[in-house]
Ligand binder design. Structure first.
Ligand SMILES: Cc1ncc(COP(=O)(O)O)c(C=O)c1O
Length: 371
């Protein structure tokens, strides 16, 4: 008999009830319109605007293409200041536009780009800043705006982690020139694959809608060298059902986070993030930072030990983007330029957290960490 305990995964997709999804699939089948700004795509955009408290959104086929498209739409040139402590798609989107990423170190508490370090990285070629609301923690949007205004830079927020995050009752997605979301299966809100761009005005929404559809502005008119990154009807319908479930999922995640915080608060060498006053968090991630000296075990040793017990965390973000072969030759990739990001990438493990994690599962995770 196999006595191995059941695998606990770092996340688990929020799935619509199959009967609900089937009903919408039947409707899509009867409409015979499966993509290109169809009924469910439009409905998803309307419902997302209302849920997220934002004026305009354009849904995409994933969370990487809106990043690439945002840089195109704002005609960014030269250099883009960004964080190395993110998922590779952030920097890849800069590279895919033929631009130079310039890495700036992060704040040790929020893991977001450190505004104090941005000005020193600005050159005459800099035209934009691409920060990330890492783990859904809001960036210092006020400071970033002041710097951007002073140097006439555009700001594109990679808000892939920040679905539903609010600060003082306002959506975090309202900051910067544009913000992007990912609706990947691993995210708090998912459409299997999917994403979106959030903008402040209708004319930008129109332009982005053209760009994601090859630049078509009508049957025969192409206004820009666009791409195809459209969302389809099936995944929009799936998303609409999930949108009704996302608040319950966030509440379940919150309970998991609270259990972790309570259990880990006195473990020497284990640090975690606290809630930020005034912020509505989405509990998408629960990173812990392992101080090898104080904890008595390295991050990697703990990660492997957890795996042996069938508990799968994720070293997210490790390795740093700046260490990948494409980027490691850049001057800004030098570890001496990124001491905080370099240290945290070596300390971090994101613990399992999702809507369906049972109390026993949470205890099994905790047991691995509390010696
Ligand atoms: C910070 C960040 N940016 C961008 C992306 C890319 O999103 P997608 O996987 O939907 O293309 C992700 C996805 O994991 C992400 O975490």
């Amino acid at each position: 008999m196999n006595m191995e305990p059941e695998r606990i995964t770092v996340t688990s997709p929020l799935l619509p009830d199959l009967a609900d999804f089937n009903a919408l699939l039947q409707d899509i089948w009867s409409r015979k319109w499966i993509t290109n700004n169809g009924f469910y795509i439009k409905q998803l955009e309307t419902k997302l605007c209302s849920y997220l408290k934002i004026p305009f959104i354009s849904v995409f086929t994933n969370g990487t293409l809106p990043l690439i498209t945002a840089l195109q739409a704002l005609r960014i040139t030269g250099e883009v200041i960004t964080t190395p402590f993110s998922f590779v798609a952030t920097t890849h989107s800069i590279w895919w536009n033929g631009l130079k990423p310039v890495f700036v170190d992060i704040d040790p508490v929020t893991c977001n780009i450190n505004p104090d370090k941005i000005e020193a990285a600005i050159t005459p070629r800099t035209s934009a800043i691409m920060p990330v609301h890492c783990y859904g923690n809001p960036c210092d949007t006020k400071r970033i705006k002041e710097i951007a205004d002073k140097y006439h830079l555009k700001v594109i927020y990679d808000a892939a982690h920040a679905f539903g995050v609010e600060k003082d009752g306002e959506s975090i997605l309202k900051h910067g020139d544009l913000s992007t979301l990912s609706f990947h299966a691993t995210k708090v809100f998912n459409t299997i694959e999917g994403g979106a761009m959030v903008m402040a005005d209708e004319s930008m929404k129109k332009y982005i809608d053209y760009l994601k559809n090859f630049g078509f502005a009508g049957e025969t008119e192409v206004v820009a060298p666009g791409i195809n990154s459209k969302m389809d009807e099936v995944r929009s319908a799936y998303g609409l059902i999930n949108l009704n479930k996302v608040d319950t999922a966030i509440q379940a995640r919150k309970k998991v986070a609270e259990k972790y915080r309570e259990a880990l608060k006195d473990v020497p060498g284990i640090r975690f993030m606290e809630n930020i006053p005034g912020v509505r968090h989405n509990y998408g991630y629960f990173p812990i930072f392992v101080n090898e000296k104080e904890y008595g075990m390295s991050r990697d040793a703990l990660y492997e030990k957890m795996k042996e017990a069938n508990v799968y965390g994720r070293r997210y973000f490790y390795p740093l983007i700046s260490t990948f072969s494409t980027y490691r030759g850049l001057e800004s990739s030098a570890p001496s330029n990124l001491p905080v990001a370099t240290r945290l990438a070596d300390e971090v493990i994101c613990l399992p957290i999702h809507h369906a994690l049972s109390a026993e599962d949470v205890n099994r995770v905790i047991e691995q960490i509390v010696k």
